[in-house]
Design a protein around this ligand. Sequence first.
Ligand code: NAD
Length: 481
Amino acid sequence: MKRYPLRIGGQAVDPHGNTWFETQNPYTGQAWAEIPRGNAHDVDLAVQAAHRTLTSGPWAEMTATQRGALMRKLGDLIARDAAKLAATEVRDNGKLLAEMQGQLNYIPQWFHYYGGLADKIQGSTLPLDKKGYFAFTRHEPVGVVAAITPWNSPLLLATWKIAPALAAGCTIVIKPSEFTSASTLEFAELFDEAGFPPGVFNVVTGFGAEVGTPLVEHPLVSKISFTGSDATGRLINEQAARLLKHTAMELGGKSPNIVFDDADLEQAVFGAVSGIFAATGQTCIAGSRLLVQDSIHDAFVERLLAVARTARMGDPMDPDTQVGPVTTPPQYRKVLEYIDIARSEGAHAVLGGEKGGAPECGQGWFVQPTIFTEVRNDMRIAQEEVFGPVLSVIRFKDEADALRIANDVRFGLAAAVWTKDIGRAIRMSERLQAGTVWVNTYRAVSFMAPFGGYKDSGLGRENGIDAVREYLQTKSVWINS
Ligand code: NAD
């Protein structure tokens, strides 16, 4: 079985305790590789390496233009290795090969975009209210960044942190999810090949309590950039507040996908299906609450079923597969539990509602694409993040009713509106409490478009020009002239 090393200070190293744990393929249920079980000692080595590189040596002395060139080279290497990295993520995470190829082909553009931004970070001169002084601002790297990432899209979500942090001149220690660490370890090898000085990018794998906590609490870490569940996010934010560290939090969602009776219904059906079943529903932006106007409710559900019923579960490497396995055993149990909860609350399963069976699902952790109707927005199935292929259909009367239901949830990551009425689209996009609002589309993201949560879905923004600010601090320089 393949055994990965940690990546610290530009070296492949074994974990301090010489222990590894197995990582499984969600389609076969079988272990396929061994991941280093890091601990506080490894975290300390990695943070020390990142801090040394931040404060002295070639990275600290490099011009921003040179840093940008390294980032673009890294982007090119990711493009070269896209097929290999995509295959690793499919094996480790269970996402469809087609989706992973799409992601890996897109990731290089983050490094090209932020590489281009690296030398456009400028301070300003200040028109002071005091005579005899000259003053200006400098934007400097915030320090060593601890990036903590979830299992659902390991490299894409890591990239959303790494690219702007490098553009700002920071150094990074990343802790990927214990369920899907392999691709991040492979990705780290490309940093050396691109020519980054040792210590710019370090990977310590392992568990939350053994690696995550010492990383968050390390005195030389200045910023924690976290993507994951809101429960873990809250905990990390409490620790960070006590230690006065900067944080950015990308957390969960329960996004409303709102279909008005004047929408292009064919488009809306595909938006609803891909909104919830893509990546087996394991995305923070899953359109897990489908709000359908009363006047078209029954006809729309019929059309939705006609498409969703044909969704083919199976081997994620097979190009004909449309729904892959759930990524982890605890998540598999959690999704099935929520299906039971929905039934006990009185929701009606019009599709799925069971485990996926043989032969197409092999020994994998499959849950059938599931659609519940008769859902009220106050049910747990409509309020809590399931993070699986489970859709709740909720009726609404009119625009005001749709808005009330859509916003009546503690999350605020994304929302979508399907309508041909431009006035309604604008009114809804103004009033929906969500960091991203799509009109007549779903799941679109770009390195250019700021992404992040309202309410309990997070703090701060990733992507777009302003994401670099998350990794900078400003210094005012006064000169007595
Ligand atoms: P999780 O919170 O369980 O774990 C996320 C990461 O935190 C993992 O690396 C984990 O090991 C680490 N961790 C756990 N306990 C820790 C601790 N005490 N200290 C430090 N680190 C700790 O989340 P998950 O199950 O891996 O991911 C799914 C969640 O992520 C969902 O809620 C989903 O909505 C969210 N998510 C959000 C976004 C976004 O951009 N808003 C994107 C993807 C996923």
